[in-house]
Design a protein around this ligand. Sequence first.
Ligand SMILES: [Zn+2]
Length: 176
Amino acid sequence: MTYEIRTWPDKILKQKMKEVDFFSDGKLKEYVDVMFKKMYELDGVGLAANQIGIPYRIIVIDTTVREEEGEKGVKLVLINPQIVEKEGEIESTEGCLSFPGVQITIPRAERVKVKAKDINGNDIEIEGKDFLSVVLQHEIDHINGIPFINYLPPVKKRMVLEKYMKSRKKEALKAR
Ligand SMILES: [Zn+2]
């Protein structure tokens, strides 16, 4: 099976993904490997499984590419992640691999605490501040079927979507 990036309005991006309950059969590692591969290919810092058509609650993150900006980066695999605490608010300017060409500024929590399982099924807890907090929220939203444009006010959301759909149509014509 090949895994390609799914772009809006693909319906898998609007659905809540299934819990992972298989940790020892090798399939999970295969999914995680292909997710990292795709994410690096597309220069992303985070990827949710449904963004490449895998219907489970898996996210991968690698923020080490930002280390030159003086932040400490991390590489994470989170299975069945859940935000259990949120604190503060920041303005976040974000793009999304599933919305090529779209960049928007939206409110996000400044700090989050996330409970999840690691690839072996052990319980883990991660705290993210600022950029990592934003990436965690963005990716966990994906596996809950929530696109980042949902945080825009309705009128602005409609404008952004119209422009996006128009540019996608143009791309599709060019590709013919
Ligand atoms: Zn995204």
